[in-house]
Design a protein around this ligand. Structure first.
Ligand code: GLU
Length: 282
C-alpha cells in the first residue's frame, strides 16, 4: 500500500510549535516510506479563515524545510460537492434538520479541540422530518439510526500512535454518549462540518495514514461511521502527543507566543524548532 499522509491546518491563525510538530512528523514519515505528503487547508469556516494565514502557513512550512506533493487542496472550493454527497444519507433517513442556536451550530462545525468542551447534542430536533427544513437549519446525523443501519458493518480501525496503538472497534454506546448527533452541514449557507469534509477528503485524496494530534482520537469513531455510511476506505490513524505550554495546556493558534513566525524573528533555525519539539534533524 502506498503511504499517503497529509497536514490539514485550518488557516485561522499562525502556525505554532504544535502544528510544526504535526507537520514535520507527517512529512518525515512520508519521506521515510517513500510516500506522499499532502497539504490541505481546512478553510470551511469562511468567517475565521484568512488568505494571510494560509500564505503564512505555507511560508512557515517551507522555512521548516517541508515540501508537499501536488497542489494544495482547499476545502472552501468544494463545499457544494460535499453537500451534494450528503443526499445519500438523506435518502437513508439518517439526517434531520436542526434549528438550535447559530452559535451552538457554528461551534459544532469546527474540529474538536482539547480543552474546549465538546457538547453532545441532547436531540431536541431529532424527531423533525427533512420536509420541515427551514433556511439556515443545520443538518445533523441521527447517530443512533446510523449505528442501527451499520449493525452488521465492521467498525474497526487501526491506530499506530503511542497512546492507543492497536486495533480498535467503534463502541456504539460510547459513541452515542461521547459524540452523539453531530452537525454535518448547514445547507444553503455553504458550510460543511470538519467531520464530513475531512472524511471525504481523506478518501478522495487516497490518504492511507492520518497523522494528527491526540486530541482528535476520541472523535475517530464518527469518521469511521461516516466512512462506512459512504462506502469510503478507512485510513490507518496515528494520533501523536501534543506539544504543551509551560502550564501543560495544548497549544492553540491563539498562543501567538509559540508562533513559528516569532521564533523565526528571534533568529531560531529550523533545526532549533525540531529540537524544541523533540524531533530528530535529518
Ligand atoms: N483542521 C483540523 C485541525 O486543525 C485537522 C484535523 C485533522 O488532521 O484531521 O484541528
Amino acid at each position: 500500500m502506498a503511504f499517503v499522509t497529509r497536514f490539514a491546518p485550518s488557516p485561522t491563525g499562525p502556525l505554532h510549535l504544535g502544528h510544526a510538530y504535526s507537520a514535520i512528523l507527517a512529512h518525515d514519515m512520508a519521506r521515510a516510506k517513500g510516500g506522499r505528503f499532502l497539504l490541505r487547508m481546512e478553510d470551511t469556516d469562511l468567517e475565521r479563515c484568512r488568505p494571510e494565514w494560509d500564505a503564512l502557513i505555507q511560508e512557515d512550512l517551507r522555512w521548516l524545510g517541508l515540501t508537499w506533493d501536488g497542489p494544495i487542496h482547499r476545502q472552501a472550493g468544494h463545499i457544494a460537492r460535499y453537500n451534494a454527497r450528503l443526499e445519500a444519507l438523506e435518502d437513508k433517513g439518517l439526517l434531520y434538520p436542526c434549528s438550535c442556536t447559530r452559535a451552538d451550530i457554528r461551534a459544532a462545525l469546527a474540529a474538536p479541540q482539547e480543552g474546549v468542551a465538546f457538547a453532545v447534542y441532547p436531540g431536541t430536533c431529532r424527531a423533525r422530518g427533512m420536509d420541515s427544513r427551514q433556511p439556515g437549519d443545520a443538518l445533523r446525523l441521527n447517530l443512533g439510526a446510523a449505528l442501527e443501519h451499520l449493525a452488521d458493518a465492521d467498525l474497526g480501525f487501526t491506530e499506530t500512535g503511542p497512546a492507543h496503538a492497536g486495533l480498535h472497534r467503534v463502541d456504539p454506546d460510547q459513541a452515542l454518549r461521547q459524540i452523539g448527533d453531530v452537525v454535518l452541514s448547514r445547507k444553503g449557507e455553504d458550510i460543511v462540518a470538519y467531520f464530513l469534509a475531512s472524511a471525504f477528503d481523506d478518501a478522495d485524496q487516497g490518504v492511507s495514514h492520518v497523522i494528527r494530534g491526540e486530541d482528535l482520537f476520541d472523535f475517530t469513531p464518527v469518521q469511521v461511521i461516516l466512512q462506512r455510511l459512504f462506502g469510503l476506505a478507512t485510513p490507518v490513524y496515528h494520533h501523536h502527543r501534543l506539544i504543551r505550554d509551560d502550564q501543560g495546556k495544548r497549544l492553540a493558534k491563539r498562543d501567538d507566543a509559540r508562533a513559528i513566525q516569532k521564533y523565526r524573528a528571534e533568529g531560531a533555525t529550523p533545526a532549533d524548532i525540531r529540537r524544541l519539539v523533540g524531533l530528530p534533524n535529518p
